[in-house]
Design a protein around this ligand. Structure first.
Ligand SMILES: [Zn+2]
Length: 247
């Protein structure tokens, strides 16, 4: 009987933990969210921005869309914002825009994004890369079949998501040891023999000052977001990055 009680308590605890995680992750109402998009057109930045904006509006968040990094120097906007979602592949921003973005994130604004829009932006800006925690360097073989392995299954951002496979760009990234890795992918060596068995992070979080960074390397094209796990990961990450009140 004693063991049965303990078992029941454990069940209740695990259920409530999972439920709490989900409740906490649904707290976007009235958050001020800035989506900044542009850069290389091959990543369909406008389609991504509009898809995310529609989802955020459905969650009752207050959304501002901008096609220019000039908005980072708009103090009125930046003072209000809880989270920045950036989708700008390559491109450049000015020193003052970069410093304004870093200042906002250091002060507690969240920063979230995916694929090249966050992890291959502003290639010559090392302070930016220091903030993000990684930089794309290659996707060997172009679009390939690969597996995403969930490596932190107790973390609410990937909890209850199983390992999955997809056909897309498998990002090989140079990463910062300061990141918290939530999912990884392993390279086969089919295209570059010397990287066979190398494991590279796919999803991570990290701090930058008081701000929280969320990154997923998934999302080369709009079809990738139709994969339920890809969409679940980016939307949970956005919610987490916008919510400093949750762990
Ligand atoms: Zn891509």
């Amino acid at each position: 009987m004693k063991y049965l009680t303990l078992y029941c308590l454990a069940l209740v605890f695990s259920f409530s933990f999972s439920l709490n995680a989900q409740l906490n992750l649904s707290s976007l109402k009235d958050k001020n969210i800035l989506i900044v998009y542009g850069g290389w057109k091959g990543h369909q930045p406008e389609i991504f921005a509009n898809k995310i904006a529609a989802w955020l509006k459905d969650k009752k968040a207050k959304v501002t869309l901008s096609e220019s990094t000039k908005i980072y120097t708009n103090e009125g906007v930046m003072r209000q914002v809880d989270l920045i979602i950036q989708h700008i592949t390559m491109s450049e921003m000015s020193g003052s825009e970069s410093r304004a973005l870093q200042k906002a994130v250091k002060g507690g604004v969240g920063l979230a994004g995916c694929h090249g829009g966050l992890g291959d932006a502003f290639r010559n800006n090392t302070e930016y890369q220091y903030m993000i925690g990684g930089q794309f360097v290659k996707h060997p073989g172009g679009q390939v079949d690969y597996t995403v392995n969930i490596t932190a299954p107790k973390n609410p951002l990937v909890m209850d998501i199983k390992d999955f496979t997809l056909h897309s760009e498998q990002y090989y990234m140079h990463v910062d040891p300061a990141i918290t890795i939530l999912a990884t992918t392993q390279f086969t060596g089919e295209h570059d023999a010397w990287i066979e068995g190398i494991e590279i992070p796919v999803v991570w979080t990290k701090p930058y000052g008081k701000g929280r960074i969320f990154y997923s390397s998934l999302g080369h094209n709009k079809e990738d977001f139709d994969i339920p796990q890809v969409w679940e990961i980016i939307t949970r990450g956005i919610t987490w990055a916008a919510s400093p009140e949750i762990n």
